[in-house]
Structures are given as structure tokens and as C-alpha cells.
Design a protein around this ligand. Sequence first.
Ligand code: RDL
Ligand code: RDL
Ligand code: RDL
Length: 153
Amino acid sequence: MKIGIVDTTFSRVNMGAMAVDEIRRHASVAVERITVPGVKDLPVACKKMIEERACDIVMALGMPGGVDKDKMCAHEASQGLIKAQLMTNTHIIEVFVHEDEAKNENELAWLAERRTREHAVNAVKLVLYPEALVKEAGTGQRQGFDDAGPARR
Ligand code: RDL
Ligand code: RDL
Ligand code: RDL
């Protein structure tokens, strides 16, 4: 079992290091890491992790900036990540933290770490313990900020 981690130099938080650390806490698996400049460079790097480095799942970590151009970039990157998943029949867990989700730098750093760590756990579950996610079906999970929780009536 091997998990690939791809992050960016554009991000203001070292999300890759956090992902590796969190994976190590939950599973003894091989980890391959690479860093690319920005989110639009993630899809091919993830595809190479799958095809050339035999990863069973990949985490794509990035931080779209706050202006419209960045949101466009993020959308394009996301489309590429979905395409790479369909081409390889392999999950790529997209962990994007938009800079404008947080009200200040402090919260941005906190949010990026928490979302990265929560999605690292999701990645481990998806490849090693898929039944654990079935148990969480319909529970309103979120990554980073608080969970929404199940809707009640
Ligand atoms: O291929 C080189 C760059 O085009 C690529 O790294 C882009 O993803 C870089 N980039 C932008 O050009 C941009 O306008 C990024 C953002 N915005 C952004 O918000 N977040 C990024 N990259 O990670
Ligand atoms: O690959 C991991 C996640 O990127 C992926 O599960 C997304 O579908 C999660 N997600 C968002 O990132 C988001 O901004 C979801 C929503 N919004 C949403 O509205 N509903 C979802 N997922 O089911
Ligand atoms: O409802 C509040 C948030 O869930 C919503 O703003 C999401 O769109 C925030 N979000 C992202 O923008 C994103 O790119 C989330 C994710 N990724 C994600 O992976 N998990 C989330 N939110 O819970």
C-alpha cells in the first residue's frame, strides 16, 4: 500500500508535511511526496504518482488565493484532478483551502492544518478501511470547520 502526497509552493502552509505526519499516525504505509508550484500543476503530478510511482491513492493539497483569477485556477485544477481520477480509476483526495475562507492568517494556518489532517484520515480510510466511511454516511462531516451534522426532524 502506497499513498502519494502532492502539494504546492503557492500554499502559505506546508500542507504536505502535515499530511505525511497524519498518515504516519494512522497507518504504516509507504508515502511518496512531491511539491509543484501551484494547483494547476497538481493533476499531472498526481497522475504520475499513480502511474509511475504505483500509489494506491493520492492527496492533492493546494491553496487557491482570494481573487477571481485564483478561483478560476482552482476550478480548472479541480476539473483536471477529476479527469486524472477517471483516467486512472484511482482516488485523488482534493484538499483545497481557499485563502478567503479564513478571516486572518492565524485562522488560515489553523484551517489548512485541520482540513489536511482530516482528509488524510479520509484517504487512509478510503484505501484501508472503507467500511469506516460507510459508518459515517449521512453524518454531515466537514473538513476544517465544524461538522454540519445530520439533519433532524
Ligand atoms: O503552471 C504554473 C502555474 O500556472 C501554476 O502553478 C498555477 O497553479 C499558479 N497559480 C496561478 O497562476 C494563479 O493565478 C495559482 C493560483 N492562482 C492560486 O490561487 N493557487 C495556486 N496556484 O496554487
Ligand atoms: O476529495 C476530497 C474533497 O475535495 C471532496 O470530497 C469534495 O467533494 C468535498 N466538498 C467540497 O470540497 C466542497 O467545497 C464537498 C462540497 N463542497 C459539497 O458541497 N458537498 C460535498 N462535498 O459532498
Ligand atoms: O459550508 C461551509 C464549507 O463547507 C464550504 O464553504 C466549503 O465549500 C468549504 N470547502 C472548500 O471550499 C474546499 O475547497 C471545504 C472543502 N474544500 C473540503 O474539502 N471540506 C469541507 N469544506 O468541509
